[in-house]
Structure formats: C-alpha cells, structure tokens
Write a new protein. Structure first.
Length: 89
C-alpha cells in the first residue's frame, strides 16, 4: 500500500489555526465516541490532555469539523481508517 500525504493546510490562504492532521484526528475521535459534532466539541473543551496532545491552542467550533469532513477526499479517510485498524491487529 502506498503512502498518502496530506498537506498541513488546505490552501495557502488558510487561516492556519488548525492543521488538517489535527482536524482529521478530531474527526476520527468523534466517530470513535459516536457523538454529534456539537456534543463532541463541548467534551473536547473539557479534555485538556487531548488539547495538549493535539497541540490545540483553541478548540474549534463544531462547524469547522463539519466543513473539514465535507471537503476531505474519501481516499484519505479510507487510508487512515485502514492504517488505524492495522494498529489494533
């Protein structure tokens, strides 16, 4: 399986508050916890260890995750899910 690379930011005009890596991890964690975007972001606001681990200086608004999820290519998600599953087997 070849390696897929994701650019740190979606475009050169990005606000550069969050990297695509951070947003991807948040999406995966949200799905793992089986939560809605609003509830998940509220919980992340209380999880200082997760914020620290992901180097989040500000917790995103739930629409940031929704917009990221709608624009990310499905191939990136499939690849990430597949690699994550390999870690558990």
């Amino acid at each position: 399986m070849k390696t897929i690379r994701i650019n740190p930011y979606s475009c050169k005009y990005s606000k550069k508050i969050y990297t695509q890596y951070q947003l991807l991890v948040l999406i995966l964690f949200k799905n793992y916890r089986n939560q809605h975007y609003r509830d998940f972001i509220e919980d992340i606001g209380d999880m200082e260890s997760i914020q620290s681990e992901l180097d989040l200086s500000v917790v995103s608004h739930f629409t940031t995750l929704q917009k990221f999820f709608s624009r990310i290519k499905p191939v990136y998600l499939r690849y990430t899910f597949r690699k994550t599953l390999i870690l558990f087997y």
